[in-house]
Design a protein around this ligand. Structure first.
Ligand code: CP
Length: 306
């Protein structure tokens, strides 16, 4: 049985296979019928212990477009509120014979742990500050479609890298695909040892964005910060918020990306988020295609890996 717990566990042929399969899924969502039968008869359960708009909605749509029966577990109204553990909750759902369990949890490693316990395929929809593999795949698909290829591109990942599972998965995936990956952030928002992940570190936006083909902004995750370490929004935006002047330091026509949800006026100016270089809505569309590809692959109906 296959799982997708992180980009770290994907081979390069598997990455290319998933991106190519996702490319072919785009047409399904754009067609009038929006239906395939690859997951007909299969049961998918979405189990989100943290809030989500994009990931949960797109996994639900992806499953339905593949013909699966999809159930969204409402954690807020579940026995988790009575103290049931993650594993007990998962084993209870496992006993109902799902084929795919899509899990988001606040603890890094929780999804991989769960994958060892249940009988079905498990997809990581974000675990703490660890990984968010389908976000990285949809980002890569968006870049590849816009720029033709990823190898040789310079991608600047900017902002709150410390708390970002999106950054971590993107660093792994973009490096595997041959991009030059930069991180641009104040040292307080970078994890220790980030240099060892194959990135070049910058602490100033003018230096980090110079010559970048892609500018990927991250949400300032203030809810994960404590007291004195929460930066002032005004200061943060002045130094690290993407506005027209800072975007001017990147290459002409550089792509502006953000995984969402955005804090407008904190890490990105509204005019840039909605501007001509922004591919933020395209990222959302690619999210459905990538999640269809991942689940088709997990179900074993996505063809052999390249
Ligand atoms: N990018 C992302 O994971 O968004 P959600 O938290 O809305 O799912």
């Amino acid at each position: 049985r296959r799982h997708l717990t992180g980009i770290a566990h994907l081979s390069l042929p598997e990455i290319h296979h998933l991106l190519n399969l996702a490319e072919s899924e785009i047409a399904v969502s754009r067609s009038r019928d929006k239906k395939k039968s690859a997951l007909k008869g299969r049961t998918q359960i979405n189990l989100f212990f943290e809030a989500s708009t994009r990931t949960q909605a797109s996994f639900e749509l992806a499953g339905k477009r593949l013909g699966a029966d999809v159930m969204n577990m409402s954690v807020a109204n579940s026995s988790v509120k009575k103290g049931e553990t993650l594993i007990d909750t998962a084993m209870t759902l496992n006993a109902m014979q799902p084929d795919i369990l899509v899990v988001r949890h606040h603890a890094a490693g929780a999804v991989a742990l769960l994958a060892q316990k249940v009988d079905c395929s498990v997809v990581n929809a974000g675990d703490g500050a660890h990984e968010h593999p389908t976000q990285a795949l949809l980002d890569a698909l968006t870049i590849r479609r816009r720029k033709g290829q990823i190898a040789g591109l310079t991608v600047a990942i900017c902002g709150d890298v410390l708390h970002s599972r999106v950054a971590r998965s993107n660093i792994l995936l973009l490096n595997a695909l041959g991009a030059n990956v930069r991180v641009v952030a104040p040292s307080t928002l970078l994890p220790a040892g980030i240099e060892n992940m194959g990135v070049t570190v910058f602490h100033r936006m003018d230096e980090g964005l110079e010559g970048a083909d892609v500018v990927m902004m991250l949400r300032l995750q203030r809810e994960r910060m404590e007291g004195a370490f929460v930066p002032s929004v005004r200061e943060y935006f002045r130094h690290f918020g993407l506005d027209a002047q800072k975007l001017g330091w990147a290459k002409a026509g550089a792509l502006v990306m953000h995984p969402g949800p955005m804090n407008r006026g904190v890490e990105i100016a509204s005019g840039i988020a909605d501007g001509p270089q922004s591919v933020i809505e395209e990222q959302v569309e690619m999210g459905v295609a990538v999640r269809m590809a991942v689940m088709e692959w997990l179900a074993g109906d996505g063809g052999e890996t390249a």
